[in-house]
Design a protein around this ligand. Sequence first.
Ligand code: PLP
Length: 429
Amino acid sequence: MKTERSHDLFTRAQNLMPGGVNSPVRAFKSVGGEPFFVERADGAYLFDADGNRYIDYVGSWGPMIAGHNHPKVLEAVIGTARNGLSFGTPNPLEVTMAETITRLIPSCEMVRMVNSGTEATLSAIRLARGATGRNRIVKFEGCYHGHGDSFLVKAGSGMLTLGVPTSPGVPAGLSELTATLSYNDFEGATRLFDEIGGEVAAVIIEPVVGNANCIPPRAGYLQHLRDLCTQHGALLIFDEVMTGFRVALGGAQAVYGITPDLSTFGKIIGGGMPVGAYGGRADLMRQIAPSGPIYQAGTLSGNPVAMAAGLAMLELIQAPGFYETLDARTATLCAGLEAAAQDAGVPFSTNRVGSMFGLFFTAEKVETYAQATAGDTAAFNRFFHAMLEHGVYLAPSAFEAGFLSMAHDDAVIAATIEAAKGSFAELRA
Ligand code: PLP
């Protein structure tokens, strides 16, 4: 495989950008080696600067559910851009976007557009704190909610309820307000609420964890959190930046039948453009400026080109049978990978919710963060590189979910499973 141009770009980039990248996981630090630089993407494929083609299971980390460079999204972007890139005034596409989101996600009676998932989650917790008059938030080990200070926190070793920063630059005084629970642990959540329930502004959770590989909720777990929040006057925030419009048209809240107070979105709603959103109960959302006192704003929020891309994407995913087809194809992929691993004698299991999936180098079914992190990371890293050599790009970390798109047809899936047969065999060698 030729890699000269990517290597040259990475060498230059490392002197110009921290780690040579604009977002850490792209640097391949966890799998080792050097990243490839993509010049073009189409359907299920990425094409790099050296002319290599990869079947892509990252999908720009989630947005590309219809496949890369979908003509409908492209047309919408080009057509809208002809009218101007940004106005700094209200525009009609924002209204259509708000109508579309509130129709597809009934718990979102009102919505505010922002420019990233991080902005959405930051804004949602500010709203939760402002609306409840409480300061503490609760999150879960292995869940990622963007790089806001309040989220870069892990459980402290002493008091269960006092978090400590996971990044320099996060003030300890702020991290102490974030408590971290184990995902899928019913008892832990009950205990925490017994202790500090009256001080909790919000519980924020990825309803299906996609940032610690892929971990679905145990039966009744999200309802348990819903009940605790309701009993103690805390808000339940579903961070659906990844799961929204991914695991089902109505997101994870539709799959599990839970009504959160607030939800956050990103990725698919931008169709590949930088977009996020948060929404929820109207009585809460009306507390946001300018209708209420809780401040949040954005120069480019609701940008017309970004709204056009997102609306085109939301149109595509409403096609009859869209999710059924994607689900069936992802099931075929996961079953094929499991069979290939078994034939090669490699301990391996998968998790899947809709077209979001996780690959684990362990024989057990993974239901917790502790299990996910106990998997054989070295085996994953070797498998990742073997698959890359076979022309298949998986997320470059053992702790990320994978995504299928509508462009991953039967032939693409069959080619992936063939590549996996070779790669698993190489692991055993
Ligand atoms: N929340 C979740 C669940 C995410 O997966 C991500 C990003 O991967 C974010 C929030 C942050 O979104 P962004 O990277 O757009 O800031």
